[in-house]
Design a protein around this ligand. Sequence first.
Ligand code: AMP
Ligand code: MG
Length: 477
Amino acid sequence: MTTLADLQFDNRFARLGDTFSTRVVPDPLANPQLVVASTDAAALLGLDSAQMELPLFTELFAGQQIWKDADPRAMVYSGHQFGVYNPQLGDGRGLLLGEVVNPAGEHWDLHLKGAGSTPFSRMGDGRAVLRSSIREFLASEALPALGIPSSRALCVTVGDNPVRRERMERAAMLLRLAPSHIRFGHFEFFYYTDQTDELRRLIDFTLQTCYPECQRETDPVLAMFREVARRTMHMVARWQAHGFCHGVMNTDNMSILGITFDFGPYAFLDDYDPGYICNHSDHAGRYAFNRQPMIAHWNLACLAQALVPFIDVETLKAEIGEVMPLYQAEYQRLMNARLGWAGEQAEDAALLDELLALMQSSASDYHITLRLLAEDDPTTRDHFIDREAFDEWLARHQARQAMDPAALAGRLACNPVYVLRNYLAQQAISAAEQNDFSEVRRLHQILRQPFARQPGQEAYAAPAPDWGRRLEISCSS
Ligand code: AMP
Ligand code: MG
């Protein structure tokens, strides 16, 4: 275990030089307070959790202090936003503080979100508000607990600095952890500005730092693309299986590691509504829940385009053609596990679709219904309007399970009791805005163990109340 003062830095991305990032120091929060911190994330750094109690912890992650070996940088990237290419984005409200090497030799980027303005802030103030920082924190820690790959969050701090949004709010900072902060949009930036040598350097850097196993392949760049595609589609399969909507799947929000990244107006479904749009600003529903696999495919095609100088176009087209089956196979595998269906049968997809159609027409709660089914709870049928249709489906489901009961035992470990519903996050935010951080801390703790019923926490497993359904979350955070 390490102390804050002893964290070891090895700033590989910063060493790529000023074409890739610009040195900027954080603009600190005034009178910072620690809102919430994750011992699990601290452990990834090899950081002793007692360090989280120290004033230095809050000072560092509110931008008031900086390690002498850190080299804080704003990264440049671009990307397709809602299908339209934006030639220059970049870290406008966040900085790569540096890369920590933990005692096991693993690298973790420390990224301080809301660290003030940078050359990429455009019209923005470089700040993050408390509500969006809490939302990102909770999701960053809840998703991995569900088995969904994601960037992580060490802590949230809040200061007295006023920030203007639709109303006046308080500035906050989130310390995000990921093995890399390289996005699809990084490759697009160097491709569309015709900086082919720099694009090559970026690719080589990504191969070395993120995909060393691909360097041994005959065509390392192609091998890397194939692995990014596989990871990305498997990540989206997990989103779909758990009813998670990202909300802003722009290519600048797609991690090259295939992990969930850059949380904005995300949401978990409450009732099963495949066309659900969680982002209030997404009028056309481009990023609706059921469009996510297709959009991931589209985003991978954008990444492929940026690799055209190094991979033959026909080869890339063939790779892109392989992407959707990767998703479908993984999604079916995950849902079979949730339902206790061993192996694969030709009728599985149709039987699953029938259940989902029944859930949709009954507006059944997605998570509760699947959990009750996994518990063989006879009240499951109460969640359906057409009970006879459900009973008929259930008989075929049980026949499917009976083909090989081996998969039944695993069901509880993949059907969560506790899910980060929007209204739960909203309750924690409302309390935190009144300077009461107990609710966000409690919710964080509950979501660490989503698969086991926790005595006394039944309320957190309940469906959303009427006020908490379809809360409108916007991007302006
Ligand atoms: P996001 O919606 O977080 O993916 O951000 C899209 C782009 O807008 C990125 O380049 C961000 O850095 C930038 N951005 C978002 N909010 C702000 C802000 N408050 N100040 C400066 N830049 C911002
Ligand atoms: Mg972003």
